[in-house]
Design a protein around this ligand. Structure first.
Ligand code: SF4
Length: 382
């Protein structure tokens, strides 16, 4: 099998971006007394634009742009008026785990080449929602009338859950509130190592600190600004020692020459540092993209090779590697995980029923079949 050759592609420096990379904060005057706004205003060395209305926000954005300040150097603090909590839309024709999503913000400090947020070409700034009380109220209203059914909720769909969480304070607040419900698993997913501010929380409940893992080479090539692999694993080890559940996501798996050894090496490193008994779940998903996204990546990241692999549209019209290549990758990684532990629930993200049969010998006709198995498995943790 031939894979794209990654020699000659520019690798990123391995230092993780932090709140220090933010140059300007924008918010509405009416939100001045909001606690999240207060914490951002208390940061030193940031330009603060306090605006009377949305037109003034647009004008502040224009002024920053004209001075060459980039989209990922600006945080715009605002209330979110839509639904913050919803079921993951999944993908047509694919088996999904029926995860619930909590929107805490939009856009990200990091610069992953494959990130679907790159499709939002006209959006500027990292939008941080500040009505944090609404976030948990919506969870309670929607899900927790039923105290028996397991509920998995994550915050990292349109942003990184923890990139500057030490400032927002959102994770700590959600973890404490979620700890009142034994059937609620709150997942905070990150590519950072930014968890020190969470370790001393006593009311951990079923909070799950989760890391997306990739090979060193893929992190250097395609995940600019994120923490190196070793730092993610060390952070996970610290989270386990502090008493948190953890989870890991091999997603997107990006195939290149030597991928097998590189991905299996991650599993070895992971279980040399992390207690398998504290790992609640592990997902696997190969790189995939929607029609038209390849062109966006090629324009935004000239010279990248991620889009040069042969990929084909599936039932949901997303492009993926050939079935055999995906199945080989999933089976290899699954086999290595199982050589260490049977404890975590291991699952595929956005794959077909046929792929489930081929990798796990499991017959899932619909997403609720996977959700039922998943919840039955993790019930033992609560
Ligand atoms: S960390 Fe996640 S949200 Fe942030 S750029 Fe990467 S893929 Fe996108």
């Amino acid at each position: 099998m031939r894979y794209p050759d990654s020699t000659g592609i520019r690798r990123h420096s391995c230092s993780m971006k932090t709140i220090e990379n933010i140059k300007a904060i924008i918010h509405l005057r009416e939100d001045r007394d909001n606690p999240v706004v207060g914490r951002f205003r208390g940061l030193t060395g940031k330009e603060i634009a306090e605006c009377g209305d949305e037109a003034a926000v647009a004008s502040a954005v224009g002024s920053l742009k004209s001075r060459g300040i980039g989209s990922k150097e600006v945080v715009i603090l605002k209330k979110f008026m839509g639904r913050m909590f919803q079921k993951c839309p999944g993908s047509p024709g694919m088996i999904c785990c029926n995860y619930r999503l909590m929107n805490t913000g939009f856009n990200c400090l990091y610069d992953c080449t494959y990130c679907f947020l790159n499709s939002y070409l006209n959006s500027f700034g990292i939008i941080q929602f500040i009505n944090t009380e609404t976030m948990f109220r919506e969870i309670e209203e929607s899900m927790l009338a039923d105290r028996e059914t397991i509920c998995r909720i994550g915050t990292g769909e349109f942003t990184d859950s923890l990139m500057f969480d030490e400032v927002t304070g959102i994770a700590a607040s959600l973890i404490r509130k979620a700890s009142r419900y034994g059937n609620l698993f709150l997942e905070l997913k990150t590519k950072s190592n930014n968890i020190r501010h969470l370790l001393d929380i006593r009311e951990k409940g079923n909070a799950v600190l989760a890391w997306t893992l990739n090979t060193r080479r893929n992190i250097e090539l395609y995940e600019a600004g994120t923490a190196p692999l070793e730092e993610r694993i060390e952070a996970a080890a610290a989270a386990c020692r502090a008493g948190f559940l953890t989870a890991f996501h091999f997603d997107p798996i990006i195939l290149s020459n030597g991928w097998t050894g590189d991905y299996l090496d991650i599993v070895d490193r992971l279980f040399s540092r992390v207690d398998p008994g504290r790992v609640a779940w592990i997902s696997m998903g190969c790189f995939r993209y929607r029609r038209g996204f390849k062109e966006i990546i090629r324009t935004a990241f000239p010279g990248q090779k991620i889009t040069t692999a042969e990929m084909f549209p599936g039932p949901d019209a997303k492009y993926r590697y050939l079935k055999k290549m995906r199945a080989d990758a999933y089976r290899s990684i699954l086999g290595r995980i199982r050589s260490y532990t049977d404890r975590p629930f291991v699952y595929l993200c956005m794959e077909t029923a046929e792929m489930w049969r081929s990798v796990f010998s499991r017959e899932y006709r619909e997403s609720s079949d996977l959700e039922r198995d998943f919840n039955r498995h993790i019930k033992n943790y609560s």
